[in-house]
Design a protein around this ligand. Structure first.
Ligand SMILES: Nc1ncnc2c1ncn2[C@@H]1O[C@H](COP(=O)(O)OP(=O)(O)OP(=O)(O)O)[C@@H](O)[C@H]1O
Ligand SMILES: [Mg+2]
Length: 234
């Protein structure tokens, strides 16, 4: 593979006695979109949380730019350039759009929000910067969650089901943004997604998970929609 920004080997994770991940080997190439697919409950979110450090991995290594980060706390991983957009977005409803963006500064040594850059990508956030996060639509909150991660100046973005509960027209806008982040800012994305219509337009490389394991992987150019559907219906 060309330049790897992330490389996990044999990663496991558990909630108490219940083991969820069973030795995950995964590579993410720099400035590419890598998509993890798989049904509900197979461990996709657990994997992203393990990569950002919210869940400990008892076994295996997580290399980011060649450095093993698997013992670092989440804020240190974030400061190295890993942005995380959680499933369900986790916008703070009582804070304004601008205040939500400011939270992204906790993930960087920079001290200012890159406002021009963000409002250029998400014009709606400029108009709404004084509105409360809780008053935004689901699609707008998703845009805000991505913008908050960008405030942390990531080189790798972990993005968990950004289209969940969002209108198709906004999903298309989000797809365009992800392509721009890749092409204009060289940001690598590790996307968790169940909607093939969204994933197929932007993905460079696929992983398919089932029951806490990677069961298949392929370059996007070498796999058909039928094969993708078959892995997703295991
Ligand atoms: N905090 C938790 N404590 C105990 N078990 C959990 C916890 N979070 C998730 N699980 C369990 O771990 C397994 C994997 O969950 P996970 O959220 O990683 O799946 P997922 O692939 O992201 O699913 P979805 O597509 O529904 O988001 C599931 O069986 C789930 O019930
Ligand atoms: Mg999930």
């Amino acid at each position: 593979m060309e330049n790897k920004i992330l490389d996990t080997k044999g990663v496991t994770a558990a909630y108490g006695e219940s083991q969820i991940l069973w030795g995950i080997d995964l590579n993410v190439a720099s400035a590419k979109i890598t998509t993890i697919m798989g049904r509900n409950g197979v461990g996709k979110t657990t994997l992203l949380k393990t990569i950002i450090g919210l869940i400990k991995n008892p076994e295996g290594t997580i290399q980011y730019n060649g450095e093993d980060i698997s013992k670092l706390p989440p804020h240190k991983r974030a400061k190295l350039g890993i942005g995380y957009v959680p499933q369900g977005r986790e916008i703070i409803p009582k804070l304004t759009v601008y205040e939500n963006l400011k939270l992204g500064l906790e993930s960087t040594t920079e001290t200012t929000i890159p406002e021009e850059e963000i409002y250029e990508l998400f014009p709606i956030l400029k108009d709404f910067r004084k509105r409360l996060g809780g008053n935004l639509s689901g699609g707008q909150q998703q845009q805000l969650a991505i913008a908050r991660a960008i405030t942390g100046r990531p080189k790798l973005l972990l993005l968990d089901e950004p289209t969940e509960g969002i209108q198709p027209s906004i999903s298309q806008e989000i797809a365009k943004i992800l392509l721009r982040l890749k092409e204009e800012k060289n940001i690598a994305t590790l996307l968790v997604e169940q909607k093939i219509d969204f994933a197929k337009g932007i993905t460079d490389y696929y992983y398919f998970m089932n029951r806490g394991k990677v069961v298949a992987q392929s370059k996007a150019s070498e796999i058909s929609i039928e094969e993708i559907n078959s892995y997703n219906s295991i």
